[in-house]
Ligand binder design. Structure first.
Ligand code: MCA
Ligand code: AMP
Length: 507
């Protein structure tokens, strides 16, 4: 069985850096290997996915042990956390020592990921040179009783993702999907062990965890995580040897905004090998602003929690703003019309849903055979719900999505239904509808339309935002709250969301 991380056995240099703390490959191999031995019979483990070295080590250890890991958003609210814990039933939670865990985790045994066990170095990044790395090599060994490489079809990660209604579903991602998506990106991006990736993405989603953390480790390269995204951090790391940047469009928008007053940022971006955006569409205006200030073109790739990566603009291909490039090696992609028929033509009129098939796909939604079955068309094609057209040379342009009740804000997928349910739990709310509205920074912003229980004393917008943030997650909170006397409904009593903007026209 081919190992998921071949470089753990033979790479020498730095593997992971979070702020001023880092681990070399031999150190990572030793610390994650030791933890893997302890986890081998743990069943399923949760990981309190703070943006730290400990999270990366915890996930690698679970993967070495062959136990599925469930990354948890450390800002999850109580209802969301209770749902995920109830659904995934982890036997323990891996956490950074000293981190406070919320009451919802009271009954889940805690296991601290202690990287100091094997003498992790608190280093001053500016002193990090070849001499330091030499001194740190060979000090540590992987335990000889590390579990054998598990079956490629076995579950590696369970990543929770929102749907239009109801609570998030756990997408079960096998090892084979992770390996195949990362190897397809190696090909598309000419990604090598010499690449040093910088990003500030959260570690509880595919983008930051699989692409941004496991990706460099599979290649034998390194990742420098910013802890939290900032344009200054990007400039610093790209100016100090990093070669690639991953980000969501909101991050590139903030870079484009900062560029006119930040010559060092422009210089650092100009020197990068690859600037990659994904998780949502990067507006052409931001593409152009970055290109004008840096001479570099951001490339987009298109993926989904359930499918990992489907398409990308290739490093050796023509960058084309507004497209997500071509299907990755091994990924079959088709467009399908309303009747389920494949569209074989191209051009702007040939609009259809993207369906994909390949080794990059998830196996199922945990405990949801109904939802799993509904997600596939005959022939094993996964229905992405994204709507696209194709240029004559095969470049895919995403033009929309089938479900209007899904919102992409800051690169996070948010279901309108889960927010509506949370809002309806608030005593001051009689009726609620949630929509997404264009936002220059976030792509879309969450808007809540509220019929207050008492029209004379409507709950404050801030109160409702806090309520959603503490029940679900802060990124799901409404950014705008609009109050109505009644929601527009059709004759059947169904809320007509498309009529909502007109309801307040002129306000
Ligand atoms: C504000 N905050 C609150 C509240 N209001 N906290 C609690 N209650 C409130 N009422 C806090 C927030 O928690 C946050 O804390 C801070 O205020 C700012 O919040 P926010 O405005 O949400 O953050 P932001 O600065 O606007 O975030 C922008 C961002 C973020 C950094 C771009 O959206 C982000 O990290 N997005 C990445 C999403 C992602 O990785 N998606 C991949 C999934 P604090 O500042 O302390 O955090 S898609 C995927 O994986 C597929 C496969 C793909 O294709 O990639
Ligand atoms: P998630 O379910 O959070 O993994 O988000 C997956 C969704 O993000 C996809 O179905 C697309 O709608 C969207 N997405 C990801 N990458 C891109 C991109 N480069 N351009 C447009 N949409 C994207």
């Amino acid at each position: 069985m081919d190992p998921l991380f071949p470089a753990l056995d033979d790479a020498r240099g730095e593997a992971l850096r979070f702020g001023d703390r880092s681990l070399t490959y031999p150190e990572l191999s030793a610390v994650a290997g030791a933890l893997a031995v302890r986890l081998r019979d743990a069943g399923r483990v949760a990981v309190w996915a703070t943006p730290t070295l400990e999270t990366a080590v915890g996930v690698v250890a679970a993967l070495l042990a062959g136990v599925p890991a469930v990354p948890l958003n450390p800002k999850s609210g109580d209802a969301e956390l209770a749902h995920i814990l109830g659904d995934s039933a982890p036997s323990l939670v891996l956490a950074e020592p000293g981190t406070h865990l919320p009451p919802a985790l009271r009954d889940v045994p805690r296991h601290d990921v202690d990287v100091h066990d094997i003498g992790v170095h608190d280093i001053d990044v500016h002193d990090l040179d070849a001499h330091d790395l030499d001194a740190r090599e060979g000090r540590t060994d992987r335990p000889s009783d590390t579990p054998a490489e598990p079956d490629p079809e076995s579950a590696a990660l369970i990543v929770y993702t929102s749907g239009t209604t109801g609570p998030p579903k756990g997408a079960v991602l096998p090892r084979r999907a992770i390996a195949s998506t990362l190897d397809a990106l190696e090909d598309a991006w000419q990604w090598t062990a010499d690449d040093v990736l910088v990003h500030g993405l959260p570690l509880f989603h595919v983008h930051g965890l699989i692409l941004g953390t496991l990706g460099p480790l599979r290649r034998g390269g390194s990742v420098r995580h910013l802890g939290r995204f900032s344009t200054e951090g990007v400039a610093r790391e790209l100016g100090a040897g990093a070669t690639m940047l991953f980000g969501v469009p909101t991050m590139y928008h903030r870079i484009a905004e900062a560029l006119p007053d930040a010559p060092e940022l422009a210089k650092a971006l100009a020197g990068a090998r690859l600037l990659v955006s994904g998780s949502a569409a990067l507006p052409v205006h931001d593409h152009e602003r970055v290109a004008a200030a840096t001479g570099r073109r951001v490339i987009e790739r298109y993926g989904m929690t359930e499918t990992l990566m489907n398409t990308s603009v290739r490093a050796d291909g023509e960058p084309r703003a507004g497209t997500v490039g071509v299907p990755l090696p091994g990924v079959a992609l088709r467009l399908v019309d309303e009747t389920g028929e494949e569209i074989t033509t191209d051009g702007p009129e040939a609009v259809g849903e993207i369906q994909v098939r390949g080794p990059n796909l998830f196996t199922e939604y945990l405990n949801r055979p109904d939802a799993t079955a509904a997600a596939f068309a005959p022939g094993g094609w996964f229905r992405t719900g994204d709507v696209a057209v194709r240029d004559p040379d095969g470049y895919v342009r995403i033009v929309g999505r089938k479900a209007t009740d899904l919102i992409k804000s800051g690169g996070y997928k948010i279901g309108a239904g889960e927010i509506e349910n949370a809002l309806l739990e608030h005593e001051g709310v009689r009726e609620a509808a949630v929509t997404g509205e264009p936002d220059p920074d976030l792509g879309e912003r969450v808007v809540a339309w509220i019929v207050p229980a008492d029209p004379h004393h409507p709950p404050k917008a801030e109160t409702l935002a806090d309520h959603v943030a503490t029940r679900l997650a802060p990124h799901k909170r409404p950014r705008i709250v609009r109050y109505l006397e009644a929601l527009p409904r059709n004759d059947m009593g169904k809320i007509m969301k498309r009529a909502l903007p007109e309801t307040t026209a002129g306000e």
